[in-house]
Design a protein around this ligand. Structure first.
Ligand code: NAP
Length: 350
């Protein structure tokens, strides 16, 4: 029997309502949202109503949330520059915390979060839902058939969407997080790429800001090397262009074929495989549709966090602060390389 964990949601903005609450509501046998806090209290009250949280459990301060003995863990969805402070408060209160991605606003903060997390036995995870995508396990299985892997290309491009609900959030309009959308959205792509090809060692990149609405950078074009493997690749990210189709794929090339993860249609992801050591020996393409739930990995990340908290075993966590540190470190390296006109830059390691 899995215990029901009592959750306090800190930061009841867009993603708390649209991304986290639906998963909590779908798993009443595992989660019970019992408290909420938001800077603008009216939004917390609305959230509480939808989540079934009594009004008296809508707190005025984060300290009150932390002091609530009925709360098992904290679900933190604040602008990410506040992540280190929130982790510190949770640890002081002896509560596990699931913290939304990216790990922090900059590398100094990211180092601090990893250090704090690794000094405690409390489960602390970064809610990087792409680390939990179903396509990862399927692709991993087939990558073994096409090896050795020698190269990859990751492309995530799409049109600028004027009505994107996230553009209206003030902390994104004036971002404290490095590279604006590159660290906000780009870390998702980096979670997928690094899960399948390995950690990035060096990058040569050019970044740019195409839209003033993005607040900071919104595109990166780069070449990269993968640590300890000799794999080379390209990483392209940006949704700030004029009309174009949404094109999100990771194509991994081996000496014995290729594997492509295609997420262009989030509702119908697919893994494609072609085996063969040369054109003459190419086998028919194999197509594996992925049965990805609509939460796009959020459900799996919550179930993983639930297990780690229920068993009080942080070694079960998939998206640890150390793993998420690497994703932000890649963004930092893109920015540094671009500042140096595309010079090759080593990705910071812990
Ligand atoms: N995994 C994903 O796919 C995904 C998708 C979207 C977002 N996220 C993450 O979720 C988190 C929240 O993003 P969101 O899109 O939901 O943004 P949001 O709607 O702006 O939510 C952020 C919340 O933080 C509060 N806040 C802002 N500044 C604050 C401050 N200085 N002190 C205390 N509270 C403050 C806001 O309160 P007010 O109501 O007072 O403004 C707001 O309710 C971010 O970490 C983001 O990266 C993840």
């Amino acid at each position: 029997m899995s215990p029901v964990l009592n959750v306090a949601v800190v930061g009841t903005g867009i993603f708390a309502k649209d991304g986290h609450l639906p998963v909590y509501s779908a798993h009443p046998d595992k989660f019970n949202v019992v408290a909420a806090f938001n800077r603008t209290k009216s939004k917390a009250l609305d959230f509480a109503k939808a989540a079934g949280v009594p009004e008296e459990k809508v707190y005025d301060t984060i300290e009150e949330v932390m002091n609530d003995k009925n709360v098992t863990y904290i679900d933190g969805l604040l602008p990410v520059q506040l992540n280190p402070t929130l982790v510190k408060k949770a640890i002081e209160a002896g509560k596990p915390i699931l913290l939304e991605k990216p790990i922090a606003a900059n590398m100094a903060q990211a180092r601090e979060v990893v250090e704090l997390a690794e000094k405690t036995d409390l489960p602390i995870a970064i809610a990087e839902n792409w680390s939990y995508l179903e396509c990862i396990d399927v692709a991993k299985k087939h990558i073994q058939r096409i090896g050795p892997v020698v190269a990859f290309t990751h492309n995530s491009t799409g049109p600028f969407v004027k009505n994107n609900k996230y553009l209206a959030t003030t902390w994104r309009q004036n971002p404290e997080h490095i590279g604006g959308f590159l660290s906000d959205g780009g870390v998702h792509q980096l979670a997928l790429v690094t899960a399948l090809v390995g950690d990035i060692d060096t990058v040569s990149a050019h970044t740019a800001q195409v839209r003033k609405e993005s607040g900071d950078c919104d595109i990166v074009f780069s070449t990269v090397t993968v640590k300890d493997s000799g794999i080379i690749g390209t990483f392209t990210y940006g949704s700030a262009f004029g009309a174009t189709e949404k094109s999100v794929y990771l194509k991994i090339y081996g000496k014995n074929g290729n594997v492509t993860v295609d997420l262009s249609d989030k509702t119908a992801p697919v893994v494609k495989v072609r085996v063969g050591d040369c054109a003459e020996n190419a086998q028919d393409e194999e197509i594996y549709p992925i049965d990805q739930d609509s939460s796009f990995g959020v459900q799996a990340e919550f179930l993983n966090f639930h297990e780690a908290v229920a068993k009080n075993d942080k070694s079960l966590l998939v998206s640890t602060p150390r793993v998420a540190f690497h994703h932000l470190a890649c963004v930092a390296a893109f920015l540094e390389s671009s500042d140096k006109k595309g010079d090759n830059v080593k990705v910071e390691r812990l």
